[in-house]
Ligand binder design. Structure first.
Ligand SMILES: NC(=O)c1ccc[n+]([C@@H]2O[C@H](COP(=O)([O-])OP(=O)(O)OC[C@H]3O[C@@H](n4cnc5c(N)ncnc54)[C@H](OP(=O)(O)O)[C@@H]3O)[C@@H](O)[C@H]2O)c1
Length: 240
């Protein structure tokens, strides 16, 4: 098993991509620390796992989570910054509050969480950090500019941290999903599924398990000589 003996934190594991990552990691023998903002009940079925609430928009919630998380299994080998929020709002209609909300959850929260877990990983001289970014962070987005900016910042964090993590045997990579069939984009798919599929070289919307596989790759020894990379998982939608 690829993650035997490893301890992994996965944020936003209650649904969608995070849940698929938790299932894949469990199959590979990892011990799990799983978070959700409110839907914690869906995580009860995982064995060898601890569930802790985490609201990335609250510094206090992040501190409480970290205090508990490092004690659960005595170490943290893998961090998957998966939790996120998404909404389409016209550029000119994005309020200062909405901008804060997106930057907090999609960038500042993962930044602060990573900062503290990085300290723990340095002591261990081992760590794998995987940030779930988005194609929007690479290509830009006309419909969710605040989201795209936050995800671009997460990609920059990936590269910057890879530069300082290497000396401590910590690798930092990102996965940039395209359109993946989860709650997050269900309204968009209701309206435009056929049009979107037409713009994807592989001709279909992705499933959560399509993202879990590449995340498992970055979490396992298979990727030991890779750091600072952002892998698009999007059926070929974004080729930059
Ligand atoms: N789906 C796509 O097409 C797509 C495309 C590109 C990138 N992504 C990225 O992939 C990641 C997962 O997306 P998904 O589609 O699986 O999303 P999802 O189905 O909407 O699930 C979001 C997860 O994040 C948690 N969450 C929401 N707000 C939070 C907060 N303030 N603090 C902490 N956790 C919070 C949710 O917890 P609760 O269940 O408790 O609310 C849930 O576990 C996100 O970072 C997203 O930006 C998704």
């Amino acid at each position: 098993m690829k993650l035997e003996g490893k301890v992994a934190v996965i944020t936003g594991a209650s649904r969608g991509i995070g849940l698929a990552i938790a299932e894949a990691f469990e199959r590979e023998g990892a011990k799990l620390i799983l978070t959700a903002k409110k839907n914690l009940d869906s995580l009860g079925r995982f064995k060898n796992a601890k569930t802790i609430p985490l609201d990335l928009s609250s510094n206090q919630s992040i501190s409480l989570f970290l205090e508990e998380a490092v004690k659960v299994f005595g170490k943290i080998d893998i961090l998957v910054n998966n939790a996120g929020i998404f909404k389409q709002t016209d550029f000119e209609a994005i309020s200062a509050q909405e901008l804060d909300d997106f930057l907090d959850v999609d960038f500042k929260g993962p930044f602060l969480l990573t900062q503290k877990i990085f300290i723990q990983m340095k002591k261990q001289k081992y760590g794998k950090i995987i940030n779930i970014a988005s194609g929007a962070g690479k290509m830009g987005s006309s419909k969710a500019i605040h989201y795209a900016c936050a995800k671009a910042a997460l990609i920059s964090l990936t590269k910057s941290l890879a530069r300082i993590g290497g000396q401590y045997n910590i690798s930092v990579n990102a996965v940039a999903p395209g359109y993946i069939e989860t709650d997050m984009i269900k309204d968009i798919l209701l309206e435009k599924k056929a049009m979107i599929e037409g713009s994807i070289p592989l001709g279909r919307i992705g499933q959560d398990r399509n993202v879990a596989g590449p995340v498992l790759f970055f979490a396992s020894a298979d990727s030991d000589y890779i750091t600072g990379q952002t892998l698009c998982v999007d059926g070929g939608h974004c080729m930059i």
